[in-house]
Design a protein around this ligand. Structure first.
Ligand SMILES: *[C@@H]1O[C@H](CO)[C@@H](O)[C@H](O)[C@H]1NC(C)=O
Length: 327
């Protein structure tokens, strides 16, 4: 489990670059939905094994302790929040040490291991996407009680909504369990997910969200777990998974265009992390020293993603922090 999530580390800077450009207008709050790529610790407060609550997670976070983020330090929404002039970290909604005064300018409903598909969240007993929406509704009520109806409405319509989800639907669910495979070809499953994504955006729109970023899936076949288990091809990226990711991202892009036309006042951007991440994997020297060499040499040694993580965490943390300040 651990290494699947750690692999998301590589996404940190990719999501940012897209978003920071798009968010010139005043952002009142950053509201986060999705999976481990953006979960700031909600899973610590539900009964699941999908938790980032052990070392070396959090090693470079302020205080040096694991926070539940699947990262050595901060995760993309934290950087984005800071970049738009809000606080440097976004608290997890289920963390009882925070209250509505903290959540008013940024809140995270994401849950590692979840997906668009209800069946995906069932795999590890994590928070389904519909439940993230239920938490959002509860949050809205708390916000209204805290700042008043009018101000709450303003905050909610001027917030930036970050959505990062989808990888687990393929890797943890479709390609791992028999149920969805017996119902859908992978193309049909993509279309099923696109339908769910559209409904989800519409739900948020109906709840007052206007500025959203929908993140595509990464080159899933190059995630450390997939490469580690691709023994027959010498731990190369699994091309089939990457092709599915590309196809799915193409459909998401189409969905985003459609949604922007369909809903007045809605501004959704498609945040494509695929190309940038693939380039980091295939041309690591462009991004710093030995990034992927560190990853692959550990994988070739047959060691876990945790070692890979140890190897690159400092470097990656430094680079991602620099890149946000420069972009
Ligand atoms: C997922 O589960 C929720 C709660 O049971 C339900 O309302 C929703 O319709 C389900 N979604 C799908 C696509 O089945």
């Amino acid at each position: 489990m651990a290494y699947l999530h750690i692999s998301w580390l590589c996404l940190i800077q990719t999501v940012l670059v897209v978003l920071v450009d798009k968010s010139e207008a005043k952002i009142s709050a950053v509201v986060v939905f999705g999976d481990s790529s953006v979960d700031s610790g909600n899973n610590n407060f539900i009964p699941t094994i999908a938790r980032g609550n052990f070392e070396p997670y959090g090693r470079d976070f302020q205080g040096g302790q694991p926070t539940g983020r699947f990262s050595n330090g901060r995760i993309p929404p934290d950087f984005i929040s800071e970049a738009v002039g809000l606080k440097p970290t976004i608290p997890a909604y289920l963390d009882p040490t925070y209250s509505i005064s903290d959540f008013a300018s940024g809140v995270c409903f994401a849950s590692a291991g979840t997906g668009y598909d209800n069946a995906t969240s069932d795999v590890l007993g994590v928070i389904p996407l519909w439940k993230e929406v239920e938490y959002f509704k509860e949050y809205q009520n708390k916000l209204k009680a805290y700042v008043g109806d009018e101000k709450a409405k303003e905050i909610l319509s001027e917030a930036l909504y970050l959505i990062s989800i989808g990888t687990n639907d393929f890797l943890e669910n479709y390609y791992t369990l028999p149920q969805r495979q017996s119902q859908f070809t992978v193309t049909q499953y993509q279309d099923f997910l696109i339908g769910l994504a559209g409904n989800f955006v519409k739900d948020l729109y109906d709840l007052g969200a206007r500025k959203m970023s929908l993140t595509g899936v990464p080159p899933m076949g190059c995630l450390p777990l997939e490469r580690t288990t691709n023994i027959l091809e010498g731990h190369a990226c699994v091309e089939g998974y990457n092709n599915v990711a590309l196809e799915f991202n193409g459909k998401l892009k189409g969905l985003v265009a459609k949604l922007n036309m369909e809903f007045p006042g809605l501004e959704v951007v498609f945040a494509d992390a695929y190309d940038l991440l693939l380039e980091m994997i295939t041309k690591p020297s462009l991004y710093g020293k030995n990034l992927w060499h560190a990853c692959t040499s550990r994988i070739r040694d047959g060691k876990s993603g945790m070692l890979w993580y140890r190897e690159i965490r400092d470097e990656f943390s430094m680079r991602s922090q620099k890149s946000i300040y420069m972009s």
